[in-house]
Design a protein around this ligand. Structure first.
Ligand code: AMP
Length: 367
């Protein structure tokens, strides 16, 4: 195996096969968009009949680090992508020398570890909340005292508010126990950000370095889970242009190919990046009905060496996640004719589980 990265020299022809690591709803919607453009898709996912396999051509049922499965995937696919950021690093390394892998492994590795991510952002002059690394209970106490509180986060494998603990003050009786309850270390403690709003940008970069940003969406979370994304975001013009600049800087700095999701805080003193995900993003689902090109099609175009589509928005839109039982009565959801419903084909509903989403389109008012 060489250190040379496999690259795409020319746009992939219709009928080519796209490999997707991960079998969740993002893979499902990517596979549907790929099919629309005439591509075949192959999913690598250990869970049989996963949401993505239902819209893809084929599934390899195996673990994400199964070397025989990865070899098979590389042999059968013309390009490989992924729909979640916890793809094992060794799998990405193994794949990328034999088949083009997009987004690049550096984006994956950086986003998997909150410390690496923050260091990368800082080195790129992108503002983040002040933070301290925490490996021990004593370091947690010291960091809490320094910030007068904060948000403790595991460096790896946190999502939807899992692996996190909020401290409104420096008080912490048993820091060692808190670390153990929060999840496996190491950790970072971030200063508590007094944000006016949370928003995100979904943007894409092609093999040729062309960049297209969707408009920012304002995001509302409940219990750490995204509840709603709204466009227009109502963001001040300066914050909007700064966020677009940051997206371009990040994409170019990572020599990125594909769609990225970047989450921001808007504060009284400016904007901060919270984190980025090297994949299509829940807060970009509104693009599916409110833009000429959806984030899913944009990702497929980018990774297949095709020109990016227009990211312009033709309607205002509110995207709401359907959690747990909220997706059980699809007919009721459809009573509002402006609503389009997307379900993820998950057999089991659980409290807080993302079962689908709806997009409510409204006439275009402005940015
Ligand atoms: P994350 O997993 O980093 O996206 O965090 C989940 C949610 O926790 C964010 O969307 C915010 O609502 C909240 N949060 C995360 N970090 C901070 C912070 N440093 N200050 C205040 N709220 C935060």
């Amino acid at each position: 195996m060489s250190d040379q990265l496999a690259r795409i020299d020319a746009p992939l022809a219709p009928g080519s096969t796209i490999g997707i690591i991960g079998g969740g709803q993002l893979g499902r919607m990517l596979a549907a968009s790929a099919a629309r453009l005439g591509f075949a898709t192959l999913i690598l996912e250990p869970q049989q009949d996963c949401p993505a396999a239902q819209t893809a051509n084929r599934q390899i049922v195996a673990a994400y680090d199964d070397s025989a499965a990865l070899d098979e995937m590389a042999r059968l696919c013309d390009v490989v992508t992924y729909e979640f950021e916890n793809v094992p690093d060794a799998s990405a390394v193994a794949l990328q020398s034999i088949v083009p892998l997009s987004p690049p492994q550096i984006a994956l590795t950086t986003s998997q570890d909150r410390l690496l991510e923050k260091q990368f952002l800082q080195a790129s002059d992108i503002p983040v909340a002040p933070f301290k690394t925490v490996d021990t209970g004593a370091q947690l106490s010291a960091a809490l005292n320094a910030f007068g509180g904060g948000v403790l986060k595991t460096r790896r494998f946190g999502y939807d508010g899992k692996g996190q603990r909020v401290f409104k003050s420096a008080e912490c009786d048993d820091p060692d126990a808190v670390l153990a309850e929060t999840g496996a270390g190491p950790y970072v403690l971030e200063q508590l950000v007094d944000f006016k709003s949370e928003f995100s940008i979904v943007a894409a970069r092609s093999w040729h370095g062309e960049v297209a940003c969707f408009e920012p969406a304002r995001n509302e979370h409940e219990d750490g889970i995204l509840r709603r994304s709204t466009v227009p975001s109502g963001l001040a013009a300066q914050a909007l242009s700064e966020a677009m600049d940051i997206a371009g800087k990040l994409l170019n700095g990572l020599d990125y190919v594909g769609v990225i999701g970047i989450e921001f805080f808007e504060t009284a003193d400016g904007i901060l990046v919270n984190e980025f995900a090297p994949r299509v993003h829940n807060s970009g689902h509104w693009t599916d009905t409110a833009c000429q090109t959806s984030q899913f099609e944009q990702h497929i175009r980018a990774i297949c060496g095709l020109p990016l589509g227009s990211a312009d928005r033709h309607s205002d839109c509110v995207m709401e996640n359907l959690l747990g039982d909220e997706a059980s009565d699809i007919a009721a959801l459809m009573h509002d004719a402006r609503v389009s419903v997307t379900l993820y084909g998950k057999a089991q509903s659980r409290k807080g589980r993302k079962m689908g989403h709806l997009n409510r389109l409204l006439p275009l008012t402005g940015v």
